[in-house]
Design a protein around this ligand. Structure first.
Ligand SMILES: *[C@@H]1O[C@H](CO)[C@@H](O)[C@H](O)[C@H]1NC(C)=O
Ligand SMILES: *[C@@H]1O[C@H](CO)[C@@H](O)[C@H](O)[C@H]1NC(C)=O
Ligand SMILES: *[C@@H]1O[C@H](CO)[C@@H](O)[C@H](O)[C@H]1NC(C)=O
Length: 764
């Protein structure tokens, strides 16, 4: 059965146009948290429950003039009435042919999830038609959709007699993001243009000119990009200078960053670029890109970067050349969920594109700002009368083309307004996915109100209020609305402002694997299972507990507190490894009785491994608290707080000596069995017994015996899990068995006790 995807209409008029007094908002934040039920009851939410067979809505087109909302879905294009989405719907069915479906299936693709026509492109084409493209069962296809000139024409029809090749317009794979813009009969699309989903490029197709694209197989131009937006922004009052800006994220170019990292980018192109004459033929000659930075200073001097660009919204201003760019970012980390919204202005973007180009002399060199002579006309400049000189990119001198080909990236990044995000959320279990911004008139002026969609089906309404000056904004979360019954990724939002009621359209996709960061930490996965040295509880079940299972139960990160005992001159292993492959561990040490944490110095005695910290030849001064942190992209999270107690060797001797002396244990052995009925592990005197038992085990010259012990316990535990025995019951059984064992051992006498203990589990 197909998963349901839904379209929701959020009527924001009543809540938005109410009184909004900045002073009031600052002092007394009206933090409304509306549940799904409350949203329904408020009558501000209208839901269209989707077609039974059409999952995955992929595109949205708001047509205010015709009063329609067009939606591209799986094998369908839908048309809704903007006044009431539940009324007067129209539907075009556009599945792939059965031959295409069969071919797709034979190519090894999933019939339901891949071998359909997922509509990825939907734009107004001319006064009577839309242009639509879909994946066409891994064979992209485009067509015109007749919609009529006026709303009353009531036309909604696919021109199925005139299909076009969709390569370079729609991706083959429905999972891939595509961003596109249709302007003056030409389609600009950032997409992948091959079956394998490897040839990513920015294309211009359609229209009378030869298609044009970015340089192929050159990771300096594009490095596995994912496009989120395309916009036209005029550069001057002369349309010849018009530029197309693309927003995407991609892998950082080698050498630009240690390890694998994602960078958010803004790319530019001239609308009147027709490629080079002798080289870069039918390739962009004006393509440039720059990094978009959205970060906050972290402790330890490492900035926390939000690099996973998710969405971009351009807020128009009075001057069409200078819209404000709102961008939504998340972190690349698997263990830290963080989201941010940054704002950029075009002056900063233009300054970066006029700044130094990123340059390196060869693959093994560092990227540096290019300081040599830049050829004229400066690469990235559009052919026009404004900036002078040349009529077409085909007239560009060879040195300009050569330079442009090898210098597509700018050295300086674009920093956000005020150098920091306007909103950050790091302490929550959701992430931002989408954003629309609305200008709202309030009693004391105009405000930009942001609606932020999340991956759990909520919409946050946030307003930025100037704190004195416009350069010092304070975010105020006005409302948090749950617009879906179950947690659902919001994949598209559109704001309709021309209607009488301000309406916020929200498009949902359920189960479409878009974003799902699991917050979980794998603790010390050594040999797949974990030995936990938990002396205090002294139960072999916890002693050998399989922490991975525990993580699964908890489902999220937990700061573990552990105590480990070690004996002077013996070795100990402090296990800790973060779940995220990208994270590094960072250890700190706090000496007993001190407040200060210090970094651990590695040497022959203290070794860092991927699984944890190995300390050889323990010294009494090693006693203290060890903190294991996961560090990733400047985020630091404490995974483990481990108290190490080093037992002095002579003290141990004394303990062992007492252990060998039956009289020394007499009071204990008489007490332990006497506690029958009560949990034998709970009493403090028994703890001592168990403590000693395990101490002797753990410090046994042959550590394998501990592994053997754990192996036995795990086996039993697994068997019991299989039998679906209740956890509590199971541990009670263990406790009883161990209690019996202990009683037996007490009878057998103290001298053999340690050895019996080692073998004991095997006989259970
Ligand atoms: C939905 O799909 C099922 C099976 O694939 C089919 O039998 C049914 O006719 C479809 N319904 C519609 C409305 O297309
Ligand atoms: C719009 O484009 C379609 C497809 O090319 C064409 O058939 C139609 O005549 C055009 N409409 C107008 C008003 O030019
Ligand atoms: C521990 O090792 C050191 C150095 O090898 C040695 O001098 C010391 O005597 C040892 N201590 C005990 C109690 O064995």
């Amino acid at each position: 059965m197909d998963y349901l995807c839904r379209i929701l209409l959020l009527l924001t008029a009543t809540v938005l146009l109410g009184r909004m007094d900045a002073q009031q908002a600052k002092s007394n934040v009206p933090r409304l948290k509306l549940s799904y039920k409350e949203m329904l009851e408020s009558n501000n939410l209208v839901t269209f429950n989707g077609l039974a067979n059409s999952s995955a809505y992929h595109t949205f087109l708001l047509d205010e003039e015709r009063g329609r909302l067009f939606v591209g879905a799986k094998d369908h294009i839908l048309s809704f009435d903007l006044v009431d989405i539940t009324m007067n719907n129209q539907l075009i069915s556009w599945p792939p042919s059965s031959t295409r479906r069969d071919e797709c299936k034979w190519a090894g693709k999933d019939l339901q999830k891949e071998c359909a026509n997922f509509i990825k492109v939907l734009h107004p084409y001319n006064s009577t038609h839309l242009y639509a493209c879909g994946t066409g069962a891994f064979h992209p296809v485009c067509a015109y959709v007749e919609v009529g000139k006026r709303p009353e024409d009531n036309i909604f029809r696919l021109e199925s007699s005139h299909m076009e090749n969709g390569r370079g317009k729609s991706p083959y794979d429905p999972k891939l993001l595509t961003a596109s813009l249709l302007i003056d009969g030409e389609l600009y699309a950032g997409t992948s243009a091959d079956f394998m989903g490897r040839d990513f490029a920015i294309f211009r197709t359609l229209g009378e000119h030869h298609p044009i694209r970015t340089e192929q197989h050159d990771s300096r131009w594009l490095n596995d990009p994912r496009f989120v937006g395309v916009h036209l922004i005029p550069e001057s009052d002369n349309p010849e200078d018009d530029k197309i800006y693309l927003f995407f994220r991609e892998n950082a170019i080698d050498g630009e960053h240690a390890g694998k990292a994602t960078h958010a980018r803004i790319g530019q192109l001239c609308k009147n670029d027709f490629g080079g004459h002798r080289s870069l033929v039918n390739k962009w000659t004006t393509f440039l890109k720059a990094r978009l930075v959205c970060s906050v200073p972290g402790f330890n001097g490492i900035d926390t970067h939000f690099d996973e660009l998710q969405d971009v919204f351009l807020m128009s201003s009075k001057d069409p050349k200078n819209p404000v760019i709102y961008a939504v970012f998340t972190t690349s980390s698997n263990i830290f969920k963080g989201s941010a919204v940054c704002m950029y202005n075009m002056a900063d973007v233009r300054r970066v594109f006029l700044g130094p180009y990123a340059h390196r002399d060869g693959p093994n060199y560092q990227w540096v700002p290019f300081l040599g002579r830049v050829p004229y006309p400066r690469p990235g400049t559009c052919p026009s009368k404004t900036f002078g000189g040349f009529d077409s990119t085909k007239d560009l001198p060879d040195d300009v083309i050569t330079f442009a080909r090898s210098h597509p990236a700018m050295y300086n990044p674009v920093y956000p307004i005020n150098n920091r995000p306007i909103i950050i959320k790091t302490d929550v279990d959701y992430q931002f996915t989408q954003l629309v911004v609305d200008k709202v008139e309030a009693e004391d002026g105009q405000y930009d109100v942001m609606f932020i969609g999340t991956d759990i089906g909520t919409v946050l309404k946030v307003v930025s209020i100037p704190r004195g000056t416009w350069h010092d904004l304070e975010e105020v979360l006005l409302e948090e609305m749950t617009v879906f019954r179950q947690p659902t990724v919001i994949t598209a939002m559109e704001l309709s402002t021309k209607q009488v009621n301000r309406q916020l359209f929200i498009l949902f996709v359920l189960n479409c694997n878009l974003i799902s960061h699991q917050l979980a930490i794998k603790n010390g996965q050594l040999h797949g299972e974990t030995r936990r040295q938990d002396i205090r509880n002294g139960d072999p079940l916890t002693q050998c507990s399989d922490l991975q299972h525990e993580d699964e139960l908890q489902g999220r990160s937990v700061l573990l507190d552990k105590t480990v005992y070690g004996v002077e001159n013996s070795s100990t292993f402090l296990e800790c490894s973060p779940k995220s492959q990208r994270a590094l561990t960072y250890w700190q040490y706090q000496r007993q009785g001190e407040d200060r944490k210090q970094e651990i110095k590695w040497d022959d005695r203290v070794l860092a491994t991927d699984q944890g910290l190995l300390i050889r030849s323990l010294q009494p001064r090693d006693s203290g608290i060890f903190y294991c942190h996961a560090v990733e992209h400047g985020f630091m999270q404490t995974l483990l707080r481990l108290t190490l107690q080093v037992i002095a060797a002579d003290h141990l001797d004394e303990l062992l000596h007492r252990n060998n002396d039956p009289t020394a244990l007499a009071p204990l052995s008489s007490e332990a069995p006497g506690n029958s009925g009560a949990n034998p592990l709970g009493s403090s005197t028994n703890q001592k017994v168990w403590y000693r038992d395990f101490l002797s085990l753990l410090n046994h010259p042959n550590l394998n015996s501990v592994d053997d012990l754990c192996e036995q316990v795990w086996k039993r535990e697994r068997k019991q899990r299989r039998q679906k025995a209740h956890m509590m019951q199971a541990s009670q059984q263990h406790a009883n068995k161990w209690k019996m064992l202990q009683e037996n051992n007490n009878k057998k006498g103290r001298n053999r006790r340690t050895h019996e203990q080692q073998r004991a589990p095997r006989s259970v």
